[in-house]
Structures are given as C-alpha cells and as structure tokens.
Design a protein around this ligand. Structure first.
Ligand SMILES: Nc1nc2c(ncn2[C@@H]2O[C@H](COP(=O)(O)OP(=O)(O)OP(=O)(O)O)[C@@H](O)[C@H]2O)c(=O)[nH]1
Ligand SMILES: [Mg+2]
Length: 365
C-alpha cells in the first residue's frame, strides 16, 4: 500500500494506487482525491487547517504529532510519497523520519521506502529549495544513518520544467516508471525463468536497504556495450546514481532469444565489487530484449544538495557553504570507506587489517 503525504504526495499516491492512504492538514486538498483512506492531521491554528502549511514545514511537523501513532503504524513495510518543497509533505515526513530514526532496529519487512519529489532549483520558489536542503541534511540523513529506512527514490521536478510538461503528464511519467520497477517480482514469478531468480521476497529485501535507489528500464541491445546503454538510458525523472553498492536487474528476452548477455552485465557490476540480484526471463511479447535495472547508492548530504542544486543561485550557494561547514559524514558511507580501504590494500598487497587500524586511529572509520 502507498501513503501520500501533502499535496504532491497525495496526488501521486492516488495515481499509483487508488486504494492508497492520503495524509494532509488540509481537508479541502484531500477531498479532491477519490481515495477512501484519509488521515487528517491537526494544526493548532484554524487558518492552517484551511490553508495548509503555507510552505512552512514547522506547521507540518507540529501536525505530525496529532497522527504520530496512526501514521507510524500505517507506513510499516510501505511506500511513502511526498514532495520536499512544501510545508505539509516535508513537515509531516520530517516528524516521521525522526521517529523512525530513534527506533530500535526495524526488521526488513517493516521498513518504509520513500519516494521524494525534489523541486527544480532554477525555477521554483526559494522556500521550496530551502525546505528541501534542510530536509536532505537533517531528517533524511539521520534516518539513513540509523539504517531504519528502506530505499529512497529521489525524483526531481527538473524535467517537468525543462521539457515544459503539464503536471498531470509529469506525474503520469513518474508513476509509469515506478510501476515498471515494481513489476519486477511479478515478471520474475510469472514469466518463464531462464536464469537467476528474483521473487517477491528478494525484491522486498532489496527495497528494505537504507540507500538511494536509481532504477530504469530500457530496450537492451546485447551487441552493444552495457555501460554505454545504461548511461544513455538512466531514468530522467530520478537524480543520477553514484557508484552502486548493490544492484538488481531483470532481463527479459524474446522467445528463443540469446540470453547470454546477462554475463556481460554481471561482469560490469563485478568490476565494481557488486554482485547483483538478477533474473533472466522469457517474454514472448517482446521483439528485443529489455532490462529493468536498479542500483543502490549512498550519498553524503552535501553531495545530495549539490546533485539537486545543479543550478546555482545565490541563496542556495550560501546554504551549501553553510552545509559544508556543518557536514557530518554518514556511517553508511564510512562502511564504504572501509570496503574501499580493504580493496585498495588487497590490490597493493598490503595488510588489510593494518590499513583499517590506521584509518580507525585517524577517525576515518
Ligand atoms: N511532480 C509534481 N510536483 C508537484 C505537484 N504538486 C506540487 N508539486 C511540487 O511540490 C512542491 C510543493 O509541495 P506540495 O506537495 O504542493 O506542498 P504540501 O506538502 O502540500 O505543503 P503546503 O502546500 O505548503 O501545505 C513544489 O516543488 C511543487 O513543484 C505535482 O502534482 N507533481
Ligand atoms: Mg499543499
């Protein structure tokens, strides 16, 4: 089940699944959606209840406490969608992430995934940008740190503005791409399996990892270099990925097609020390092979802000400078550093343990 928080979150969740739950401080905004399951969060000021959080995440966060237990229960094992620009989606989700961050270890089956809609820095109001930066640096970093979130999908409104798409067409494109991704285990189970295996459990386990998820689907030419094709076909609605920590792919092959190209894909990831979860299936409806691939990666809050803020503006630059000064590395990245150090040591024939000890002494890991 999907939970949509705030204006954008509600609309997208409803488009993805009409049986979703929507959460808002504004009854008027929720009434526009046909969903039956609605959670109204209360705001202290009567005007807030009528007009939403007016881009103030403080109001949204306050309202979170009126629905805390219900929401925490509802999001277990589910996908939450919200924008990070406004006050309601950002504020309520901030409260939620902070609550998740302080919990005891959450079991994989109960982890919540988050699809976040980031504003386009060049053309959206400064408040949306500031709210987003605070969100990425604060509650989002903390929850990743705690290991208590599932995958995080970083959608961006960039293409909506640069391609001048209507909001509904853009939302549809986001939803279609999410559907392609979530169809992976169903295809893995329903289509004839040729190699590997991805079932619902494997997929759920992958989605329960506290990393950013970049997924994409494209027609794959086995005669061409996989990496080139991947770079050309990254998901334009998501922020581009970093080097993957984990990967998953489903290769669909037309009837009697050559399936051996998956060895090239495995090798590509093996070079990056990643062993993907994968499946190769036969899809008689296809004329050419098609791949759905997902890569999990980790980002420092600072880099995230930069990714999202590819367009520099004065106020954002000032914020970025401030964030640099306050930058705290995430433990998840430290784990990578350890892996990197071990790899380096192995390649150079040095003693892994010694290098790790030195790094520990230096406070790097
Ligand atoms: N892609 C997409 N972005 C949207 C949509 N509606 C709003 N946004 C974006 O979401 C951000 C604003 O957040 P909203 O979700 O409208 O705000 P909210 O969470 O309801 O909070 P308040 O309205 O301030 O109470 C901006 O970056 C908008 O461009 C939508 O339907 N689709
Ligand atoms: Mg709103």
């Amino acid at each position: 089940m999907v939970i949509g928080i705030g204006g954008a979150g509600g609309k997208l969740a409803y488009q993805l699944d009409p049986k979703c739950t929507v959460v808002n401080v504004s009854e008027t905004e929720m009434k526009k959606l046909g969903t039956e399951s609605k959670i109204l969060a209360s705001v202290h000021s009567v005007r807030g209840q009528m007009r939403g959080s007016r881009k103030d995440p403080g109001i949204g966060k306050d309202a979170f406490f009126s629905i805390r237990e219900e929401l925490l229960h509802r999001v277990e094992g589910e996908l939450v969608i919200c924008s990070t620009g406004g006050g309601t989606g950002n504020g309520i989700t901030t409260g939620l992430l902070e609550a998740l961050s302080t919990r005891e270890r959450i079991l994989p089956a109960d982890k919540t995934s988050f699809a976040l809609i980031l504003p386009y820095a060049k053309l959206e109001p400064a408040e949306f940008i500031d709210n987003t930066i605070n969100f990425l640096q604060g509650p989002l970093s903390e929850v990743i740190d705690s290991g208590n979130s599932g995958n995080i999908f970083l959608f961006s409104n960039r293409l909506k503005f640069t391609s001048r798409m209507s909001e509904s067409a853009y939302n549809q494109a986001i939803i279609d791409s999410l559907r392609d991704y979530y169809a992976v285990p169903e295809k893995g189970e329903k289509l004839d399996l040729l190699d590997g295996h991805i079932d619902y459990e494997d997929f759920a386990l992958f989605n329960a990892k506290p990393y950013f998820n970049h997924f994409t689907m494209f027609t794959f030419d086995p005669a061409e270099d996989y990496e080139k094709q991947l770079q050309k076909n990254l998901n334009p609605y998501l922020l581009p990925p970093e080097n993957p920590i984990e990967a998953l792919f489903l290769l669909e092959i037309p009837s009697n097609g050559d399936l051996t190209a998956f060895y090239d894909i495995l090798e590509f990831y093996a070079e990056q020390n990643v062993t993907p979860v994968y499946g190769v299936v036969e899809n008689p409806r296809l004329k050419q092979p098609r791949i759905t691939v997902s890569m999990l990666y980790s980002r420092k809050p600072m880099e995230l802000v930069e990714d999202f803020n590819q367009v520099s503006q004065k106020h954002t630059q000032a914020k970025v400078r401030k964030s640099l000064e306050q930058h705290v590395p995430l433990p998840k990245l430290e784990v990578n550093l350890k892996k990197e150090a071990q790899k380096e040591a192995r390649e150079k024939g040095a003693n892994e343990e010694d290098i790790i000890k030195v790094l520990q002494r230096l406070g790097k890991i």
